[in-house]
Design a protein around this ligand. Sequence first.
Ligand code: MN
Length: 303
Amino acid sequence: MSLRPTLETRQAVPTMEGAGVKLHRAFGFQDPSELDPFLLFDDFRNERPEDYQAGFPWHPHRGIETITYVLSGSVEHTDSLGNTGTLGAGDVQWMTAGSGILHQEMPKGNGAGQMHGFQLWGNLPSDQKMTTPRYQDVQSKEIPGVTDDDGTTVRVIVGEFWGKTGPVDGIAADPQYLDIQVPAGVRKTFRIDTYRRAFAYVFQGQAAFADASQPTGVLLEKEVAGQEVNIRDLSGDRTLVRFGTGDEVTVQAGPEGVRFLLISGAPIDEPVAWHGPIVMNTRAELELAFKELRNGTFIRAAH
Ligand code: MN
């Protein structure tokens, strides 16, 4: 067993997207090899309708997958192929854009005006960039949960974990997407196969993610449930933790516990040509996509 070092921890950055939606971007539009096969991660948790209701009107995607996970509120979705639906609290939409879709995503919030959720972009390998578009709409009740003796709970959205298999299947990047809650003071180790690139995104409470250079993971400053935690090392809300190579990660939950996403996948390791919502391998493929958008041939007939 070897612990994955934390290569980097950073705060998500306030960003405006769509028709004026406030969100926090943990990564995206930077060196795409860093977290290959993942391209972008947006945290669109907002408390006020005016910060999100303009939504994400009609826009294209090609060459990627977008994965939307709603925590509270709802998102209405409509696309050019005639698909339509609503994602509610706890639901996931795994959209394989493949050869191309035009869609709109409109956050609606809940009764209290709150809209909480995340969107991840996964890359597709060259031989699947132009695959037929596909949706996997997963309702909250279809997502298996598992609870350990120490109170740690994991929702398994994609991949296999602790004997449960997530309902989303057959994705090229072989992703694992887990929503994990670790109670206050609990120290927990999670296995992640060495070939995967991995990151965590904290969205509730705080935790220390041990670094291989500090085998105990923490330094004495404050005791939490018998564990010694350097409070300065705790990662809180909206922190991205990028892991290096190894086969497990260790989490030391802070005094309020922690909830975070733990996401990993197999790197695709191909050239990336990226402009806005379209991600291809070459500049020529990008230019073709934008030419097709202009002349109305972007959407392939169903086959
Ligand atoms: Mn979109």
